[in-house]
Design a protein around this ligand. Structure first.
Ligand SMILES: [Ca+2]
Ligand SMILES: [Ca+2]
Ligand SMILES: [Ca+2]
Ligand SMILES: [Ca+2]
Length: 197
């Protein structure tokens, strides 16, 4: 009698959840870990990828598929004057995500638009959810130079955003032909515009 009452109660609860969500409820699933900020971006140049006010925030998001997929959860872990402290910053995302392949993406959101824009410092890690697991201990490092060419990506995008390959210039090139190599000019707030006009 007791078991029957239990089964009836459970069936009512499941029916209520199906009715509420349209699908069976997923078990608690998500990602957690720490973010380490190695970005030295001061955002002291007005214009993309930042807005030039020297303020920003670190956002971390769970994205379905690769890092260009659909954001399914996102949180702000810290904000303030750039560059933000190294951290680490703890985070937890998800709790209820369906099984599948995800990317956990964190970035310095300089223009605070909630989007990881080209040139904004970022780091990402691929993760998989199966069954009811929670994937913990995912460490993400935020880097200025994700293409490892010796030039901060935000600097490259700022000066070369209108060229066919915004991240194509090398550190040992002298793109504006002023006698100084790009790697020696990187981070500078001044620049000849000959390369972008
Ligand atoms: Ca800003
Ligand atoms: Ca942004
Ligand atoms: Ca770079
Ligand atoms: Ca130069």
């Amino acid at each position: 009698m007791k078991n029957k009452a239990l089964r009836v109660g459970l069936a009512v609860w499941v029916a209520a959840m199906v009715w509420q969500n349209g699908v069976m409820p997923a078990a608690a699933q998500g990602f957690s870990g720490s973010i380490f900020n190695s970005s030295e971006w001061r955002e002291n140049i007005s214009g993309p990828p930042g807005d030039g006010d020297g303020q920003g925030r670190i956002v971390v998001a769970a994205i379905a598929g690769d890092r260009f997929g659909l954001v399914v959860d996102a949180i702000v872990v810290t904000n303030g004057a750039l560059p933000l402290a190294y951290g680490p910053y703890g985070y937890a995302l998800g709790a209820g995500l369906p099984p599948g392949d995800y990317t956990v993406l964190a970035w310095v959101d300089g223009n605070t638009n909630g989007v990881c824009d080209a040139g904004e410092p970022y780091g990402s890690v691929a993760g998989k959810l199966t069954g009811s697991n929670i994937v913990s201990g995912i460490a993400i490092s935020l880097l200025d130079d994700n293409d490892s060419d010796g030039l901060p990506d935000w600097w490259e995008y700022h000066w070369f955003q209108f060229t066919p390959k915004p991240f194509g210039a090398g550190g040992d090139e002298d793109s504006d032909e002023d006698g100084l190599l790009n790697k020696d000019e990187a981070g500078s707030v001044s620049w000849s515009l000959r390369c972008v006009i």
